[in-house]
Design a protein around this ligand. Sequence first.
Ligand code: ZN
Length: 326
Amino acid sequence: MASRPRRPRFEIAGVKISSGYRKTLEIPLMKLPTGSSLSLPITVLNGIEDGPVVFLSAAIHGDELNGVEIVHQLLGEISAKALRGTIIAVPVVNVLGFVNESRYLPDGRDLNRHFPGSPRGSLASRIANLFMTTVANHCELGIDFHTGTGHRGNIPQIRGNMDDAEVRALTEVFAPPVALHARLRDGSLRGAASDDTRKVLLFEGGQAHRFQPDMINAGVDGTLRVLAHKGMIENAPKPDHEIFWSRSAKWVRARRSGVLRLEAKLGDLVAKGDVIGRIGDTSPGKSLRVLSPVNGRIIGIIRNPIINQGGPIANIAEEQPNGASK
Ligand SMILES: [Zn+2]
């Protein structure tokens, strides 16, 4: 360790943080209509030696809480005194959505459709711009934590552009139960912050409004593996499972409205034609079988039995070894 240069003070938002220290900063975000100031809390761990700068972000969708706890637990496990490089942790990006227990901002906008944003745009655009200029632009790698939307629950998974060799390699190191190729989406943090020199992994696990230990553990362990791979920390837990690679996942949707009685569960391997559930009524009578259209694995599932025609039931991923397109 002695041969590595000692890391200089790290400067962010005009604040200098000494090597080997952690600091939580309140980045001014906006004035509330009451006149009070609202800030974005970020915690910086500035390591003792030179190394990569990495951001960890959660709750861009304010009701997606597993990532908030993943970031919290990681900050509890990693010491700045034993770190190479710098971690910038933003446990709650969408502060207003978080306090309102909502995915969205108060004006109904989805923050993750407004990156990279601008300093004079909508509120979403301004928050996105603040995150990009204050946090992401310092970094060569980011991990953004999400959960399923609404009543949907997801198996822990990394979504990324698996045609990018570095993203695929980092996903292999993270070793999520499921790795899903997903093209970059316009307006998303992952889309805006990914380029030749900076990579962003998107983790999804569990459902909104919950702390789910299995999902949180998968996010914490995978992130520790990536940080160890980057040489930032010494040790990380070894994965105890294979990765299920896929390039195609599709939601099976309800052909009628009614009450959904699931027969399959999250993580199940299904064959084409297998019964996933039945849609019936509240009173006894006929029901409509919901069949899997492909051979695959259920990587997302609806938790709310009340379903409308066209509503999502199960997200089924087909297996493609190593995420390869061939
Ligand atoms: Zn999300």
